[in-house]
Design a protein around this ligand. Structure first.
Ligand code: ADP
Length: 250
């Protein structure tokens, strides 16, 4: 369970990107965060694995207070949480399987990591993860020879190899064409349903959010203005989330 209690995030320049966020996400939920660009979606996602520190309130994951973690504990905590980015973050000049195997690097003795020596069971887990996202046949292809959608699937496989409880995805389909974006969203859905992994993603395609997520959180100017079932998001709710400041003052 991920829990935000009165969470605030102020950037060093004084900008308050999150204001009094209260949010509870149960294990196994599929939640989409929507809102205008700059609303605070990415900031919210990145506070969960401490890519960003919060400036007030409390975030707990399964009862562990995220801000209290340091060093080895923080690294161990982050292993439970997979992170997917818009830009895939692959090592493009090497093979797909080697990219997935990097998921094991933080746990390896230094010499194995340096030499890139992996055990048979690690290689099998990597292949299994590629199979789950339907690109096993690409295992020995160089990552830069894949399409954007396939590269995002490799990133997803790398995350799965980590055996996460939660997957956070920061605009995972923003740089993909509509057809490929749907395929990647199908993968998220499959992973969520079959493996009971919590999926929390932010997305600017409202239609995809409503189609795939069970629950939608709408953010506006750093505040949650909607939190409820995707099938109850109607025009009124969308107006609340996407209304621009200009319209408000007009
Ligand atoms: P979204 O993901 O909804 O587009 P972000 O979470 O990326 O929004 O950003 C929320 C707000 O915080 C934006 O106004 C952005 O300009 C600001 N912001 C993001 N990162 C920083 C930073 N490092 N320093 C100052 N302000 C930032």
């Amino acid at each position: 369970m991920i829990q935000f209690e009165h969470v605030y995030k102020k950037y060093p320049n004084g900008f308050e990107a999150l204001k009094d966020i209260n949010l509870t996400i149960q294990q196994g939920e599929f939640v989409a965060i929507i809102g205008l660009s700059g609303a605070g979606k990415s900031t919210l996602i990145r506070t969960i694995n401490r890519m960003h520190d919060i400036s007030g309130g409390r975030i707990t994951v399964d009862g562990t207070e995220v801000m209290s973690l340091q060093g080895k504990e923080l690294r161990r905590f982050r292993r439970k949480i997979g992170m997917i980015f818009q830009s895939f973050n692959l090592i493009t000049r090497t093979t797909v399987i080697k990219n997935v195997l990097t998921a094991f690097v933080p746990e390896l003795p230094g010499w194995r990591a340096a030499l890139g020596i992996f055990k048979k069971e690690e290689k099998l887990s990597a292949l299994e993860a590629l199979d789950k996202v339907g690109i096993l046949e690409k295992a020995f292809v160089r990552a830069d020879q894949l399409s954007g959608g396939q590269q995002q699937r490799v990133a997803l496989a790398r995350t799965l190899a980590q055996n996460p409880q939660i997957i956070l995805a920061d605009e995972p389909v923003a740089s993909l064409d509509p057809v490929t974006a749907k395929q990647v969203m199908d993968d998220f859905k499959k992973i969520n349903q079959e493996m009971k992994i919590t999926v929390l993603l932010n997305i600017h395609h409202v239609d995809l959010a409503l189609q795939y997520a069970a629950r939608v959180v709408g953010i506006r100017n750093g505040e949650i203005v909607y939190d409820g079932p995707a099938n109850q998001v109607d025009e009124e709710v969308l107006n609340l989330i996407y209304r621009s400041d200009k319209e408000e003052t007009a």
